[in-house]
Design a protein around this ligand. Sequence first.
Ligand code: NCD
Ligand code: ZN
Length: 353
Amino acid sequence: MPDLILPGLIDVHTHLRVPGGAHKETFATGTAAALAGGITMVLAMPNTNPPLTTPEAMEMARSAAVVDARCDVGLYAGAAPEDIQQLPELAASAVALKIYLNDTFGKLRVDDLPALVACFNLWPREKPIALHAERQSVAVAIGLAAIYDRPIHIAHVSRREEIELIADAKGRGLPVTCEVAPHHLFLSAEDAPRLGALGDMRPVLGTPDDVAALWAHINDTVDCIATDHAPHTLLEKRAAEPPPGVPGLETSLPLMLAAVQDGRLTVERLTALMHDNPRRIFNLPQQPDTTVEVDMTPWVIPAGGWRTKCGWTPFAGLTAGGRVRRVVLRGRAVVEDGEVLAAPGSGRVINGM
Ligand code: NCD
Ligand code: ZN
């Protein structure tokens, strides 16, 4: 008997690197990692190479996902000023739009106002808009939600002032939702020197006070836990100018279960953060007969032995609260005794509603 049975978890922030970065991750390896972590649906980010800002690039990603995905995958379209007029066409094959307001890995950025306004005017109202917005960009994002009276989702919130601003916005009834990544909950700037490039991501790790603020808002303001699984090879991470980003698909649920073990989170809240709210916010289809069976024995996260192609984790040495034993997706066992059984191509590519 499993200690706990959860619905299939949904990660709304995953980088699967195809097209252009298959040496870091592919739909086959990334979705194997997802399933091993109890995640049966991922939303893949558009900062690929080429980025998913044109119908041609979207089709490259979509056709690779059809052949390779082992769990269900939705694609984000990306916003680039030079391709802004293509947004309505992109929407047909995308679940949501991602707008980058701040610098991170890859060149995707919208930093002029006409392009930003065009995103809100051209993207279909029934499909969500997610933003990478840090510091005062959070206020810009919330302002746009208010002006255009449409929901926005703020990716990987990491600082006290950001989560408090979002709490205020929600208190005033503005249509804002947000996600927090496990690395911003379980690591801080105090871990950064020890981790070096393996602890570098965007947004960067917060202070212990930032981490405390995120936990303080976990039951009211935080809507989703999202991995921001952003794999880069160890070789790239050891280079002179390492790219930002860390993997997280296989460690997200185990870490959140540690919070359940120490009483910081209920199982009901975990389920809301990792299934119910992601599904509602992004209008995602239900996965019938889909369950995740969990063994609640604590374990120490190892350095290696992962399914993600990058093969490492920033969380090595931390104690997890439980592990995934078995996953059933649409009635079929896709993980058994921790082993991934799902074949490439058995996952569905979803377009959202
Ligand atoms: C992400 C990546 O590597 O694609 N890196 C990161 O540090 N989070 C990009 C992103 O999500 O900002
Ligand atoms: Zn990301």
